[in-house]
Write a protein that binds this ligand. Structure first.
Ligand SMILES: [Zn+2]
Length: 137
């Protein structure tokens, strides 16, 4: 009975860990998919615009209204892609630089154990941002 309870708890802990890992992967994967989808969408609208312009040219026709519609679609797709890539660049910068050394005020990566500037050892989150201005040793 005790063993069974233990196994049940272990299984639940493992399941939680699995869910968390999957979620992390999904978030990262999702961003990549967003960029790929936006790139594909942009390429597709550009192709459509090119095909339209070419077929009009080939048939000696003009249809400014339709061309304008496709031009706007390309513009929109371009803006969407730019928005996604800008968001991602900002996100990865936030991840890279997340701590401020309480001793010298240098920005260090959130995984750093020592300050790359003054050599201060980070024991915990208390050694960084939050006590930067009121800690004197
Ligand atoms: Zn430092």
């Amino acid at each position: 009975m005790l063993d069974f309870e233990f196994l049940k708890q272990s299984a639940s802990v493992l399941a939680d860990a699995a869910v968390k890992t999957t979620k992390d992967l999904t978030d990262k994967g999702k961003h990549k998919m967003d960029v790929l989808a936006a790139e594909r969408h942009l390429a597709k609208t550009q192709r459509q615009l090119g095909a339209l312009v070419y077929s009009l040219y080939k048939n000696g026709q003009t249809n400014d209204q339709l061309v304008k519609k496709y031009l706007q679609a390309v513009e929109q797709a371009e803006g969407q892609l730019e928005k996604i890539t800008t968001e991602q660049a900002e996100e990865s910068r936030d991840v890279r630089m997340e701590k401020i050394c309480m001793r010298c005020g240098a920005e260090v990566s959130k995984d750093a154990t020592f300050c790359s500037c003054c050599g201060q050892k980070f024991e915990s989150a208390d050694d960084t941002r939050g006590r930067v201005w009121n800690t004197e040793k």
